[in-house]
Design a protein around this ligand. Structure first.
Ligand code: NAP
Length: 258
């Protein structure tokens, strides 16, 4: 799995596995173990996905050492009321997952007391209980204001990006601040009949790749990290086979028109 280095020196895989929409504990635990067995080394969850416990179990029982897997969870908007609330939420996530440290901890949404809550994340980071801190869903105008007043800057901004929502200006702005963009819903959650899109299908045929593989490749080639979710073991493998081909300039331009 290809990796990149975040601005704090931490290395993470460019492609991660997300578990949004898998609330059933047994199914989620099995999916995460399958994901690890097929090669994923970054697992993305959140308290709101109602599967932190299952993810924690899978990480502890998957057969790899804890250090080999990068786990991300998030601080929910409902817990952003203050420094103390954020501290308690982080401790709860660790306890629920049965882990003694977190790899990546992110604000889920820019809501509530973002300044007080960020002080808590800075403190947790300084104590070494998390290896990287960041945000999700911060539009540039929100991030500009937020960045002015921080001791430790976010290293990731996890945002929605896919062929129907390309956000080129936002992405350039975020990258210019040395913050890694990590795309969520790369397949637009299946909306707009993405898997049958004629442009994506035609490009895929040329490289003997599926629409999903073309989309993931298109994101990776822009220097964007990606999270994808599937409960199917076959699709987990398919979604990782994106490092053995390269979209040419015309393909990138044509997808850019979507
Ligand atoms: P997504 O990855 O865009 O789409 C998932 C859908 O695509 C599922 O229905 C899956 O179906 C299908 N799929 C996956 N691979 C496929 C393939 N190769 N061929 C055909 N269908 C395929 O959506 P997402 O789950 O919303 O986003 C990914 C992750 O991003 C989430 O799991 C979560 O970790 C994270 N996320 C973060 C935020 C945030 O606010 N920070 C918000 C949303 C999501 P099957 O499972 O049936 O294969």
């Amino acid at each position: 799995m290809k990796e990149i280095t975040l601005s704090n020196g931490m290395r993470i895989p460019t492609l991660g596995y997300g578990v949004f929409g898998i609330p059933d504990p047994k199914q989620c635990e099995r999916a995460v173990v399958n994901a690890v067995e097929t090669g994923y080394r970054l697992i993305d969850t959140a308290p709101g996905y109602e599967n932190e416990e299952a993810v924690g179990k899978a990480v502890r029982n998957c057969g790899l050492s804890r250090e080999e897997i990068i786990v991300t969870t998030k601080l929910e908007a409902s817990q952003m009321g203050s420094y103390d609330k954020a501290m308690r939420a982080f401790d709860n996530s660790l306890k629920t997952m049965g882990l003694d440290y977190m790899d990546i901890y992110l604000f889920h949404w820019p809501m509530g007391d973002v300044y007080g809550a960020w002080r808590a994340l800075e403190q947790i980071y300084k104590e070494g209980r998390v290896k990287a801190i960041g945000v999700c869903n911060f539009w540039p105008y929100r991030l500009a204001d937020f960045l002015l007043d921080q001791q430790i800057l976010p290293v990731i901004n996890q945002i929605e990006v896919h062929p129907f929502y390309q956000r080129k200006t936002d992405i350039t702005w975020i990258k210019d601040r040395n913050i890694q963009v990590q795309a969520w819903s790369p397949f637009a959650e299946g909306k707009n009949d993405i898997f049958n899109n004629p442009i994506l299908k035609t490009i895929g045929l040329k490289y003997e790749k599926s629409v999903a593989q073309v989309v993931l490749r298109w994101l990776l080639q822009q220097g964007i990290c990606v999270l994808s979710k599937t409960i199917s073991s076959e699709r987990m493998v398919e979604n990782q086979q994106v490092f053995d081909f390269e979209l040419n300039e015309d393909d990138m331009k044509n997808i850019g028109k979507l």
